[in-house]
Design a protein around this ligand. Structure first.
Ligand SMILES: [Zn+2]
Length: 125
């Protein structure tokens, strides 16, 4: 009985024979990584298009805000950010401090004053 179970054990990724522990699922780290990558890809494909578009926009907004930090200024025109592809319709958070509305894209915060974007110090969240 025990022998039969061992003989029928095979790697879930490549089908190769498993010779290790009884709870072993993959024959190698490569097969484990490959199966995990496949699972992550499949999960990403299950995300509805409307959500994927917003995720892509948020990521682009994040990269733009993060990239502006290296320019040595905290003040940029709203038009300039729009030229870079920034989308002001999508944020991950909005809060108010001392009468000023603060917008966040993950840990990248900014305030709007007239047509200017004022970058805030990076936050830890
Ligand atoms: Zn394998």
């Amino acid at each position: 009985m025990e022998t039969q179970r061992e003989i029928s054990r095979s790697c879930k990724e490549c089908g190769g024979l498993l010779v290790g522990r009884i709870d072993q699922v993959y024959c190698s780290e490569m097969c484990r990584t490959s199966a995990n990558n496949k699972r992550v890809r499949e999960e990403a494909q299950r995300v509805p298009d409307c959500i994927q578009r917003i995720q892509k926009t948020l990521l682009q907004n994040y990269k733009i805000l993060n990239g502006l930090r290296d320019r040595g200024s905290k003040l940029f025109s709203k038009l300039y950010l729009m030229d870079l592809g920034f989308n002001f319709h999508h944020v991950t958070g909005i809060t108010e401090k001392d009468g000023t509305i603060l917008f966040y894209c993950f840990n990248q915060g900014y305030a709007l004053h007239n047509d200017q974007v004022i970058l805030l110090a990076e936050t830890d969240f």
